[in-house]
Design a protein around this ligand. Sequence first.
Ligand SMILES: *[C@@H]1O[C@H](CO)[C@@H](O)[C@H](O)[C@H]1NC(C)=O
Length: 385
Amino acid sequence: MAQSMSFLITLLFISSTTAMAAFNIVNLGAKPDGQTDSARPFLRAWAAACRANKPVTIYVPQGRFFLSPVEFLGPCKNKGIKFLIHGTIIAPAGYSSSMNWWIRFKNVDGLSIYQGTLDGRGQSLWACKMAGRSCPFGATSLSFSQSKNVLISGLTSINSKFYHLSIFGSSNVKIQGVKITAPDASPNTDGIHLQMSSGITIKGSTIGTGDDCIAMKAGMTDVWIEKVRCGPGHGISIGSLGDAANEAGVQNITVRSVVFTGTQNGVRIKTWGKPNKGSVNGVTFANAIMQNVQNPIIIDQNYCPSNRNCPGQSSGVKISRVSYTNIRGSSATPVAVKFDCSPSNPCSGIGLKDIKLRYQNKRAQAFCKNVRGTATGFIDPPSCF
Ligand SMILES: *[C@@H]1O[C@H](CO)[C@@H](O)[C@H](O)[C@H]1NC(C)=O
């Protein structure tokens, strides 16, 4: 009663006196003690923000706020909801929940999230997976679905149970200055996982995790990735594609000025060795630095774990117009450039320009299969087109 009263007073005060309303979740009952579930205060703040007719800031002050899985649902009348987070939001530690998200925004238009730390507390689930026991997939820490006009700035995400950040069915999403960290050996902890979305920008961010730093799946178009540091992790990947029938294509992807350190891959395109149709068309990889990367440049169209259900290992995904410009540094294996394309859908329009990748300070190798392309400028290892 007292709580709802103060909530009402806050609301009245704000709506009558300032242009930009603010809700401090502590005033709505959240406790920065790392234990008390703050789901209700968060959802009350969201409900009020969502129906407000002017911009609203939901403020999370310093402290540790425990949060059980919450879903922030639109559509909202308000197209200017901002979260300003100075504290740390912590997930349930266990993995009993079968939820595949922890914090989810759905059908939201016009949202920004500034700063803050999300601690997914994935340790016990990773231990279960690494022990080969039967465990749930786990929850993605921060998930957006069917949303648009979203900005995520200065957020830190650590130790997600599954992906750190996932964007599905969304458009115009800007991610800048984020920091993502999980151990090298943590399973399935993709940094940023993108699918069926367009107009995604990722800039000035640092990602070190146990799986892909950034993964782009089916239906990704108009993506701009710039000034990202990746490692440890599996690199920046397009794919895996072609696991399912009738997947949407991937188009117009730019990856610039990325530094890869100790990663499994640098820039990778990966498809299943299955006949399912699909496409990757129009990709630019430019100005990458590779530091001790196992597969700096790789197209692998033969992905087929355990060699099951991949008849003829021939991918139905057509890869075309992919350029690699100014990619330098060191490979951790002898083959620094690998194009292993589909016999039924050879890669075409592959361009190499100004490549210098060395293995143990000696000449590395390039591998070509079912690929057509052109090489210009300085090329080391020598092109195998
Ligand atoms: C490609 O994507 C960029 C954003 O990354 C966009 O500015 C550009 O207009 C797109 N190009 C085409 C041809 O759609």
